[in-house]
Ligand binder design. Sequence first.
Ligand code: GLU
Length: 292
Amino acid sequence: MIAADRCTGRFAPSPSGPLHFGSLLAALASFVDARARSGRWLVRMEDLDPPREMPGADSLILATLEKHALHWDGTVLYQHSCHARYREILADLSARGLAYRCACSRARLATLGHVYDGYCRTHSPPAGQTCALRLQLPDQVVQFEDRIQGWQQQNLAKGGDCVIHRKDGLFAYQLAVVVDDIDQGVTDIVRGSDILESTGQQIYLGGLLGAGKQQYAHIPVVLGADGLKLSKQNHAPALDDTRPSSNLCRALETLRQNPPGGLDNETPETVLKWAVTHWDITAIPGVNSVTA
Ligand code: GLU
């Protein structure tokens, strides 16, 4: 474990495809925000879900980051190398009575409209049955100040107890993101606002696992012409690696950082240097989405 005494940001892509403009925004914002405070910036590959991944996407993503001069500190952490650690945490949460096995079928879950009713809290599945593991969430409101979205109050009970280990054996994002942010000493989480709603649960789980102080900033997600979030799943176009400075300037404009005209003719290093010197997180629009 790394001591969380120095500002540490991170970019945590899932290797389901090459980087698109929306993910560049998250990479750039987290990088500049950390570097503006002389902090560390880490890259973590969230390869938890092999069926949804694209072979070779990790190398493409890392090459694109390098082309854009988004150089990370240390080595890239791959979540597939952390399974033993996740198992240890799951065993700990179960032993503390904070997580429980759930055998509810998809059909039953569908009738609940995606808000789990806690049935297996009181109806333990028989030993040996293949189960998911759920985190028992109290009826409690988590409050935090998001550096872009402002004051947040999230009711943990609203979404029902979340899955932290899936029935198919895969570890849930909600578990891995919290464990790794703690273990990597991440202090500053800057990412897309599509994850804002899950943050209360992550803060709660982090508290159970002894997380230090962490700040959050959720940037707007980028919508394509079809009004949907740019994502690898809906085949957002890959970034053109031959135009890194122009991509970076466009991203800075989207983040309302007002890069001067002509900066896109400079090297990506120069663009980033300008961005770090002039970084103003308060200028980022506090809306949930912007159009590409
Ligand atoms: N892996 C997530 C994604 O690609 C990001 C998770 C995070 O930043 O917490 O959307």
